[in-house]
Design a protein around this ligand. Structure first.
Ligand code: TRP
Length: 451
C-alpha cells in the first residue's frame, strides 16, 4: 500500500471505501480467525471476551483514531510522522517499539499463514473426509511438529508477501481482497448456522457468551488487552502509515468505527463457528493454536458443499493473512529503507529473510524444540507474548499520550474536523480517554499481568 517513495507525490486512497477496505484488510487476518478463538478458549471464554470487547471500545477505538490523526496530520510513515509533528524530541523512538513488534509478529505470522496454506492443500485432497475428531487433531499436530514440511509453506508465504511488496501490487491485492473478504464473511456465517445447529452447540455458546468473571486471571486480562491491539493492527504505526494516505475529506471517526466494527464482528462470528464444534466434538477449548484447524474440518465434511467450502475457507484465510502480513512487513521495510537508507527492494528482501529465519525457529519450537522454554514460553509463544502483550500496548500507550498531551485538543479537533465533525462533548471524552484512561488502564493491566 505504501509506496515508501516519500518524495513522490503521495497517493491517496481513491474512494472512501478504499481506506476502510485497506485498513480492514490489515485488521482482519489470522488474529480474528485463528488467534481470537484459541486465546478465548485458553482464558476461559465469555469473561475474557467481555474484557476484550471493553478494551476494544475504550482503548482500541480511541487509539485507532489517534493513529489516523497522527498519520493524516503528518502525511508520513510512523517514524517520519513523529519527527515531523514533534521535531527534536524523542517521540520518534515510539517508532522503534513498532519496528520490534512488527519484526516479531511477522516471524510467527508467516508460520500460521503457512499452516493455512497446507490446509488449502489438505482440503483439495479431501483429507478431512471420514476422519474422526481425534484423527483430525492428529493430522494437525503431526503436521506442525514435523521439522521440515511446515517450513516449505511458511517460506512460500513469506516469499509471496515479499514479492507483492517488491512488485508494488499491494493496492491490487487490496482491490482483490475487497471483493473476497465478503465471501469469507458469508462462508463464516454459513459455518455459524451449521455449528449452532449441532447437537451440544449450546454449551459452546454458553462458554463464549455467559461470563464467569471468577475465571479471569491477570494474564488473561493482559492477553485481552494485547489482542485488542493485535486484532485492530494498533500500537506499531501501521495505521499511522495508512492514515497518511487518507484524504482530508474523509471522516476519520467514521472510518475508525467501521474498521473496528468489521474486525470485531468477524472475530465474534469466527468464535460462534468454532466453540459449538469444540463442545459438540469433545475438544478441549484450551487446545491452543490449533483450535481452528482441529474444529472446522469436522464441520466441513458433514455439510452440503463442504468440500468446496473447506477449500474456499482456507484459501480466503490465506488471503486475509496476506493483506495483514503486507501491512506488518511494511513497517519493517519502511524503517530499513527510510531510516537506514537501504534501497527499498533490498530492504524488503532483508526483512523477509530475517523474519523468515526467526519464523523457522518459531516453527521448530512447535515440534523438535518444544522443550526449549524461555520464561516458560516456547519460542513461538515468546515472540507473540512480547510483541502482542508488551510492545503493542506500550506503543499504543505512547501514541495515546502523544495525541493527548503533545498534540492537544485544538490540533486534534482541527484534524478531526476535516472531513468530519466532533461535538465538544465527544471531543472531551476522547481527550480524557487518550490522556488518562487508556494510559492508566494499560499501565495497570501491565502491572497485574506481568508481575
Ligand atoms: N491485525 C492483524 C490480524 O488480526 C495482524 C496485524 C496486521 C497487526 N498489522 C498489524 C497487528 C499491526 C499489530 C499491528 O491478523
Amino acid at each position: 500500500m505504501s509506496s515508501g517513495l516519500g518524495k513522490q507525490s503521495r497517493d491517496s486512497f481513491g474512494s472512501k471505501f478504499g481506506v476502510v477496505a485497506a485498513a480492514a484488510g490489515s485488521a482482519v487476518g489470522l488474529g480474528n480467525i485463528w488467534k481470537f478463538p484459541y486465546i478465548t478458549g485458553e482464558f476461559g471464554g465469555a469473561a475474557f471476551l467481555f474484557v476484550y470487547l471493553g478494551f476494544i471500545l475504550a482503548i482500541g477505538l480511541p487509539i485507532m483514531l489517534s493513529e489516523f490523526i497522527v498519520g493524516r496530520g503528518a502525511r508520513r510513515n510512523a517514524f517520519g510522522s513523529f519527527k515531523h509533528l514533534a521535531p527534536g524530541t524523542n517521540w520518534k523512538l515510539v517508532g522503534f517499539l513498532g519496528v520490534g513488534a512488527a519484526f516479531m509478529i511477522q516471524s510467527f505470522y508467516g508460520v500460521v499463514a503457512g499452516w493455512s496454506m497446507r490446509y488449502v492443500e489438505l482440503a483439495v485432497e479431501d483429507s478431512f473426509a471420514n476422519r474422526s475428531a481425534s484423527d483430525i487433531q492428529t493430522l494437525f499436530s503431526s503436521f506442525i511438529e514435523d521439522p521440515v514440511s511446515p517450513l516449505y509453506f511458511q517460506l512460500a508465504f513469506m516469499v509471496l508477501v515479499g514479492a507483492i511488496v517488491i512488485i508494488g501490487v499491494q493496492k491490487g491485492i487490496e482491490q482483490f481482497s475487497k471483493v473476497l473478504m465478503p465471501v469469507l464473511l458469508l462462508i463464516i456465517i454459513y459455518l455459524d448456522i451449521k455449528a449452532v445447529s449441532l447437537e451440544g452447540a449450546k454449551a459452546g455458546l454458553e462458554f463464549l457468551f455467559k461470563p464467569d468473571f471468577s475465571k479471569l486471571t491477570g494474564e488473561g486480562v493482559l492477553s485481552a488487552l494485547g489482542h485488542a491491539f493485535f486484532s485492530l493492527s494498533l500500537g506499531m504505526g501501521t495505521l499511522i502509515t495508512y492514515g497518511s494516505y487518507i484524504k482530508k475529506d474523509n471522516n476519520l471517526i467514521r472510518t475508525a468505527a467501521q474498521v473496528t466494527a468489521a474486525d470485531t464482528i468477524i472475530a465474534l462470528l469466527a468464535g460462534v463457528a468454532i466453540f459449538p464444534v469444540v463442545f459438540a466434538m469433545g475438544i478441549e477449548p484450551s487446545s491452543g493454536p490449533g483450535l481452528v484447524f482441529i474444529t472446522l474440518p469436522n464441520v466441513f465434511h458433514q455439510i452440503p458443499g463442504g468440500y468446496i467450502f473447506a477449500i474456499l475457507f482456507f484459501l480466503l484465510l490465506v488471503i486475509a493473512a496476506l493483506t495483514s502480513s503486507i501491512s506488518i512487513l511494511e513497517v519493517v521495510v519502511a524503517y530499513f529503507s527510510e531510516e537506514l537508507k537501504i534501497k527499498r527492494r533490498v530492504a524488503t528482501i532483508l526483512a523477509v529473510a530475517l523474519t523468515s529465519v526467526f519464523g523457522v525457529m518459531c516453527s521448530l519450537s512447535m515440534g523438535i524444540y518444544s522443550d526449549v522454554k524461555i520464561f516458560g514460553y516456547n519460542f513461538f509463544d515468546l515472540l507473540d507474548h512480547i510483541a502482542s502483550n508488551i510492545l503493542l500496548p506500550l506503543g499504543g500507550m505512547f501514541i495515546a499520550l502523544f495525541v493527548g498531551w503533545y498534540l492537544k485538543r485544538n490540533r486534534v479537533a482541527a484534524e478531526i474536523n476535516q472531513g468530519g465533525s466532533i461535538s465538544d462533548r465527544l471531543l472531551s471524552i476522547f481527550m480524557i480517554l487518550v490522556k488518562i484512561v487508556a494510559p492508566l488502564a494499560i499501565g495497570f493491566v501491565f502491572v497485574k499481568g506481568l508481575l
